[in-house]
Each structure stands twice: as structure tokens, then as C-alpha cells.
Design a protein around this ligand. Structure first.
Ligand code: ZN
Length: 352
């Protein structure tokens, strides 16, 4: 008997993967679009005078993720989001269909959670059918098939919560026809009530305002959208939400360090909102990562708190550097190793 116990102990210590992990009740998957390691460093330096100081940098699990797509060392947001959402590498521009391959729709993380009876949410500060949100609940050969992506998002993929900026093929009338309670500004967002079960926030004509310009008027900031989303989605069976800080990338393409830092700080605010909500819970997993780096940024000199660091940009496009990964909460230790961007789906869907 003693020998048997010993054997069992050795088995579990040596092969922890054999112990089947349980699916967390809530999974919160946060993506900083274009947020490489130097973007994180620059924002921490500006906000607090030192690197390593953003909200998510104190998470217990820290690692990095390889981002290349099926046809390029430098991915675009569509291929990267498809890899994260479905566990399959596709060509740049492709939205969650098997290309290369048979061209069929790929099952997404959101589909898996819905099948488990959980509520699902897709939230971005970019326009609602931009590549990252689209890949979690729609399918197309090209990311610019905007009308088709909108149709699928509203009527087929149909996340319970869909928050983002206005976009082609989506408007409050169509969303209402698809069964959504619709908000168009901060005030109407705050009035959305939990009994609806389908909530849309379509804020402004396109992407949300840039944090650096501060011209929000009646529109919500990313962290305010996140706070409301958590309030709506929290339920007995749990939920999955993909939250994208979508404008770090836009500032990176413009090589605008001031805007880049402001967007990264607001993304960190959104993570803090999530952490505050989750801190006393034992049933929630929070993942913070990026789809790719944008701009080839290097921080050259820390000029102190509230001062912009000296930086160098190498391009106006994406780069192939590994992106950071932070995880907190139940099962977070599963991410404590260098990952490929297809591993998120593989790890999460292995849980029962
Ligand atoms: Zn980009």
C-alpha cells in the first residue's frame, strides 16, 4: 500500500499534465494590438519612472509568445488573432478559416465556451469588425470583407456582448434586428441591463478616440467599457471575453510615441479594472498578451516619470519580435513557458 501511494505521488509530481485541469469559470483574454516589450517598457517609464511597473507586470506568470503567421515571419492582426482564437496558423489577412488548407471555417475559442453554456464577449477600442475582434466570432478569406464580417458577427457568431467603434455593415437598427440591446455612448452603455443577454455598444463612427487627444465627449474609454462588460457578463455559469486595446497599433504605425504610451497606459487601466474585479475570486483566469509588435520600437533612454523616453522606431509596419505574456489566476501556471500563438487555444481547450 505504501509503495502504491508512493507511486501515485511520483506520478503526479513527475507528470502534472496527467492531472486534468478544470476549465476556469471565467476566462478573460486581453490583447494589446501592437504591444511589444518595448511599448510596455516605454509606458511604464512614463507612468511611474521605471520599467516593469504597469498593472499587468506584477502578474505571477510572465513569458513570451512567438507570432509568425503561415506565410510570413511578420504577422498581421488577422493571422495572429486567428492563431490565438482557433489554434491554427493561417496566412496574413485571413479571418479564422483554414488557409492554407481546405478553406473551411475554424472553430473559435468563443464557440467552445458558448457550447459549455458560458456567456461570450468581444470588446475593442478599434472599430467593432476590425481583424482581432472579427477572428473570434466570424470567418472570411480577407479581413476587409467588412459587410460580411458584420453580418456574421451580429447574426451567426453572435457574442452575448459586442462593444467597439462603429463600422461598415453594422448599425443600431441592424443590431436591434439581431436581438441586441444597443448603446451608442457612455450614458446608454451604463443603462444596459443584465436581463437582456445580448448587449451591443457601437461607439462613434469608427475607432474610439485616441487617448492622447482626450476628445471623448460622450464616448467611453476602454477601461469604462471593460467595467460595464464585466458587470453584464458575470453569471452563474461563467463567461469568456476577448478584450482588445486596439489603438496601440495605430499609434505604432504612426511612430507616435506620445499616443503609443497613452494607449498602452489605458490598456493597463483596463487590466487593472479586470484585476480589481477578479482579485478575491478563485475561479477566474486573466491572460494579457499581444498579437504582434508594431513599429520596431526601442527605448533608448529613461527621462523619468511624466517625461517621454528617448526612443527609436525602425519601421511604420509590424515586426516579428516575440510579444510579452502575463497571466493571473486559476490555471495561470500553464502559460509559464515560451509559447507559440497557437498554444493559447490548445491549452485552454484541453481543460474540461
Ligand atoms: Zn497594425
Amino acid at each position: 500500500m505504501k509503495r502504491l501511494c508512493c507511486f501515485i505521488v511520483i506520478l503526479f509530481v513527475s507528470f502534472p499534465a496527467l492531472a486534468q485541469e478544470k476549465m476556469p469559470k471565467n476566462v478573460i483574454f486581453m490583447i494589446g494590438d501592437g504591444m511589444g516589450p518595448e511599448q510596455v517598457k516605454a509606458a511604464g517609464i512614463y507612468l511611474n519612472g521605471q520599467e516593469g511597473s504597469l498593472s499587468f507586470e506584477s502578474f505571477p506568470v510572465k513569458s513570451e509568445v512567438m507570432t509568425k503567421s503561415a506565410d510570413s515571419d511578420v504577422t498581421d492582426s488577422a493571422a495572429a488573432a486567428t492563431a490565438m482564437a482557433t489554434g491554427v496558423k493561417v496566412k496574413n489577412q485571413v479571418v479564422s478559416i483554414a488557409l492554407p488548407g481546405d478553406g473551411k471555417d475554424l472553430k473559435t475559442m468563443a464557440d467552445i465556451f458558448r457550447e459549455q453554456g458560458k456567456l461570450t464577449g468581444i470588446l475593442t477600442s478599434s472599430y467593432a469588425n476590425d481583424a482581432t475582434p472579427a477572428c473570434f466570432c466570424a470567418h472570411a478569406r480577407k479581413r476587409d470583407e467588412y459587410e460580411e464580417l458584420s453580418r456574421q458577427m451580429m447574426n451567426v457568431g453572435r457574442p452575448n456582448l459586442l462593444f467597439g467603434g462603429g463600422c461598415k455593415g453594422m448599425n443600431p437598427v441592424l443590431l436591434k434586428e439581431a436581438g441586441y440591446a444597443v448603446a451608442t455612448d457612455r450614458e446608454s452603455m451604463d443603462k444596459l441591463a443584465a436581463d437582456s443577454k445580448y448587449w451591443a455598444g457601437l461607439f462613434g463612427p469608427s475607432i474610439l478616440p485616441m487617448e492622447k487627444d482626450g476628445n471623448f465627449d460622450k464616448l467611453p474609454h476602454l477601461s469604462q467599457m471593460v467595467k460595464k462588460a464585466l458587470q453584464l457578463l458575470d453569471n452563474d455559469k461563467g463567461f469568456f471575453i476577448m478584450i482588445e486595446g486596439g489603438l496601440i497599433d495605430k499609434a505604432g504605425h504612426a511612430n507616435n510615441i506620445e499616443a503609443n504610451i497613452a494607449e498602452t497606459i489605458e490598456f493597463a487601466n483596463a487590466v487593472r479594472t479586470v484585476s480589481d474585479w477578479a482579485k478575491d475570486r478563485k475561479d477566474t483566469l486573466v491572460i494579457v498578451t499581444a498579437d504582434h509588435e508594431t513599429g520596431g520600437l526601442t527605448v533608448l533612454k529613461n527621462n523619468g516619470k511624466d517625461k517621454y523616453p528617448d526612443v527609436e522606431w525602425k519601421s511604420k509596419g509590424h515586426s516579428g519580435v516575440n510579444v510579452p505574456l502575463y497571466a493571473w489566476g486559476i490555471n495561470s501556471e500553464a502559460f509559464n513557458k515560451p509559447l507559440d500563438n497557437t498554444d493559447f487555444f490548445k491549452i485552454i481547450t484541453s481543460w474540461k
